[in-house]
Design a binder for this molecule. Structure first.
Ligand code: ZN
Ligand code: ZN
Length: 404
């Protein structure tokens, strides 16, 4: 399969693997990516990029002005943070920091980003427009994308962005494949906390109490009816209660109970439904049992919505490398991704790059202590993103929202 950037990318394979393994051995949690950001900034500097560090606390932006006339700016985004997980893999590049691990593959994203930086710098003379690289902190639920947007990554640092591209390595998809979807591809998500207020008392005299444990149990069951009875059966939604805490002793009726959970949706209507029904159901169930319930739902993240034109273009770039039969266009997951904050403001594409290898035993899920990737995906990611970025600068994959 011939691909315009595959040779360039493959020439970097050893370097990409070395970068990824170094980062894997030295993982850093969200907003603490000081070492990682330093490596990124140094590398971008040496490649001739204009570098702005400290964007969204530990984020780094790299700007490359192409040598050909062109008014478009394409942003490519790579997240850098690790997770609070103790690595269980016995590999030479095992995490050296106990309790912290690159268990989502963001180490691979940084390596791919630096590979893209390298290849595009090499072809700078032929680029018509501006490349903006966004190395982002704190993707794992801490709001790193929003922090960089607040600091101006889209509009005030370098020219305003016309199109945004990103990828995620995936242990759900075999090496040599890509998966994406036009429209909402990853779910909107928010966290909720329900606090039940009852009346504590002696376990032998329940009639004199309002048992917060019984109320919480009823609320958990009643919440299940939102998906089974309120949601359009053709739509997708999730309501999960992940933790319940109440009481201290077997012979004492608990006065309060606290529950934490998450809601997921793809459409605005379902998002509104879940945000309305979770408090209604919790509060009314509590009242029916003589208690009260406070419900808080955080802002959460948007659904990750791929625009049509850039997604068709990126599918084409992936097909050129993997063949049409290896590029899925109907993939969707209830997982969330904070690149959604960028795609809410700029049309673009996010896709999954296959990194699974069953024969080699590389198939643990993301966020698992045995997560790993087949590193042959690294140059593939570089090649696809470079192709998509350059074709985007040339105006392929319209319509465009031009800056200015
Ligand atoms: Zn993750
Ligand atoms: Zn991730």
């Amino acid at each position: 399969m011939s691909h315009p950037f595959l040779a360039d990318a493959e020439a970097l394979t050893e370097e990409l693997i070395a970068i990824r393994r170094d980062l894997h051995m030295h993982p850093e949690l969200g907003f603490e990516e000081v070492r990682t950001a330093g490596i990124v900034a140094d590398r971008l500097n040496s490649l001739g990029y204009e570098v702005v560090a400290g964007v969204g606390k530990t984020g780094v932006v790299g700007l490359l002005q192409g040598g050909q006339p062109g008014e478009r700016t394409v942003l490519l985004r790579f997240d850098m943070d690790a997770l609070p997980i103790d690595e269980a893999n016995d590999v030479p590049y095992r995490s050296q920091t106990r309790g912290v691990m690159h268990a989502c593959g963001h180490d691979a994203h940084v390596a791919i980003g630096l590979g893209v930086a390298n290849v595009l710098a090499k072809h700078r003379d032929q680029l018509p427009g501006t490349i903006k690289l966004m190395f982002q902190p704190a993707e794992e639920g801490l709001g790193g994308a929003l922090a960089m947007i607040a600091d101006g990554v889209l509009d005030r640092i370098g020219p305003p962005v016309d199109r945004a591209l990103g990828l995620h390595v995936s242990s759900q998809h075999p090496l040599g494949t890509a998966a994406m979807r036009i429209g909402p591809m990853m779910a909107a998500g928010a966290r909720f906390t329900i606090t039940v207020h009852g009346k504590g008392g002696h376990g032998a005299r329940p009639n004199e109490t309002v048992d917060a444990v019984v109320v919480a149990a009823q609320i958990v069951n009643m919440l299940q009816t939102i998906i089974s009875r309120n949601l359009d059966p053709e739509d997708i939604g999730v309501v999960s209660v992940g933790s319940i805490h109440a009481g201290d002793a077997g012979n004492v009726i608990a006065e309060t109970a606290t529950m934490h959970g998450t809601i997921r949706s793809f459409t605005e209507e379902t998002k509104e439904l879940l945000r309305r029904r979770v408090p209604e159901v919790a509060q009314m169930t509590a009242v029916a049992l003589g208690a009260t319930a406070d419900v808080e739902i955080n802002e959460g993240i948007n659904a990750t919505v791929n625009a049509e034109a850039p997604t068709l273009l990126m599918a084409d770039a992936a097909r050129a490398l993997f063949g049409a039969e290896n590029v899925s266009m109907d993939y969707r997951t209830t997982g969330g991704e904070d690149f959604s904050a960028v795609l809410a403001q700029v049309p673009g594409n996010f896709f999954f790059l296959g990194a699974r290898n069953d024969e080699a035993g590389i198939n643990a899920p993301h966020h698992n202590p045995r997560f790993d990737i087949d590193e042959r995906c690294l140059p593939q990611g570089v090649a696809i993103l470079c192709d998509g970025a350059v074709r985007s600068l040339k105006g392929e994959g319209k319509p465009w929202i031009l800056s200015g």
